[in-house]
Unconditional design. Structure first.
Ligand SMILES: [Zn+2]
Length: 161
């Protein structure tokens, strides 16, 4: 785990939000269940995993980002296992955030299946992918109160407390 950048925390800081003190525990618990990037074909185990992750560290990605959860008033989703998936650095940006850490991919799990086994070059050149990037959620500070309320209601139903 050399020199990884905490993109989620960096974006959250722009919104005056911080990670929960319980985050490192939630992250560890998630990695114990899902150690490898779900979008990578290679799923190393044991020592091979240790070596692979030394050179290509994995991130625990929030499907609905920390800053979005905070801004819409559902900070509990930061620690909700249902909101977490493991991605390598490249897949984190390309599939988890559709190319912009200020945005996110609400259907990342579908896109992991849609693009499984494709190289990053192929994904980035895909016409569907270009459309998904076009349609990715706008930066949260541009949302109307109604848009935030709609997402909050949807997520409360999807991830009941
Ligand atoms: Zn990956």
């Amino acid at each position: 785990v050399l020199f990884t950048k905490d993109h989620g925390a960096a974006v959250a800081a722009l919104h005056g939000l911080k990670r929960s003190p319980d985050w490192s525990r939630a992250k560890k618990a998630h990695l114990a269940k899902q150690a490898n990037c779900i979008a990578c074909v290679a799923q190393p185990k044991g020592l091979a995993r240790v070596v692979t992750h030394l050179f290509r560290p994995v991130d625990v990605h929030h499907i609905i980002p920390l800053h979005v959860c905070g801004v819409i008033g559902l900070p509990r989703l930061e620690l909700d296992a249902r909101n977490l998936v493991t991605l390598c650095g490249a897949h984190h940006l390309v599939l988890g955030h559709l190319g912009d850490y200020a945005s996110y991919n609400p259907v990342v799990k579908f896109h992991v299946i849609r693009f499984f086994g494709k190289t990053l070059d192929v994904v980035l050149a895909d016409v569907d992918y270009a459309r998904f990037v076009q349609e990715r959620p706008r930066e949260i500070s541009l949302w109307t109160p109604d848009e935030k309320a709609v997402l909050r209601a949807k997520l409360e139903e999807k991830f009941p407390a």
